[in-house]
Write a protein that binds this ligand. Sequence first.
Ligand code: VAH
Length: 316
Amino acid sequence: KILVIGACGQLGSELTVALRQRKGNENVIASDVREPSGELADGPFELLNVMDKKAMEAIIDKHSINQIYHLAAILSAKGEKDPKFAWDLNMTSLLNVLELARDKKLEKIYWPSSIAVFGPNTPKQNTPQHTIMDPNTVYGISKLAGERWCEYFFEKYGVDVRSLRYPGLIGYKAKPGGGTTDYAVDIFYKALEDGKYESFLSEHTYLPMMYMDDAIKATIDLMETDKEKVKIRSSYNVAAISFSPKEIASEIKKHMPEFTISYNPDFRQSIADSWPDSISDTEARDQWGWNPQFDLSKMTSTILKGLKELLDHQAS
Ligand code: VAH
């Protein structure tokens, strides 16, 4: 049985549905600190505060869990508002999962890292798998430390924990929470609702991004790879598309000619400036066949179509 922690989040809500489609509804237990809504409520759910290791263990025992996808975290922008809380939650929750995985001999663990592990001195173009990593956000610091812990628990205790350094994930089915790359989600909602968008990042801010379906495919592909092929036990670079606010706005304009964008950078600009423009993912491609399906054009048309349907349905 699989336990998804953070199942109500932007990634968790779509990954839980995808896992249930593959493994069967009853075999994927969703958990979060708040009640589920929509499709997520169609399967087993447990309220869980990730800081409570005893409660986590009780859920593992109750449902005979043998795999955990631990997706709960405080993201980059929100983390800067309350650094100590972000560090405590991101690290304590990961260590709770890793210790329970070791002590209960769980089969596999998934934990997401992020391009936020890179910092101002990291090469910005085609950032390699192994390079300088000097993150200067609490979120990035916690993800870098988390990668070190994952590799440690694999090497020292044999915990089969796997991880991906996600770029900015662009998914519209669940609103993102507190990220810097979330402008690329907000822009679609505002385009359809207001016909215009004020970007909190400047027009030429290039960032590595990925459509949610590709992120889910990468996650499941990695988790289904034979153990001995998973050579990287910190976290894999994975890449799909890189674009700027100006470029995604131009792509939207192809579908909505009247759409306009303006720019009003805020504190998130300095976070974005500390991250790479593009990522090299040769190890993921070579070791477990990573191959993204969505470019900017396909992602934009897919989201505009899907989000229009979602908003019309909500309005009806
Ligand atoms: C964030 N969406 O903005 C996350 C992600 C690379 C960005 O980690 O914080």
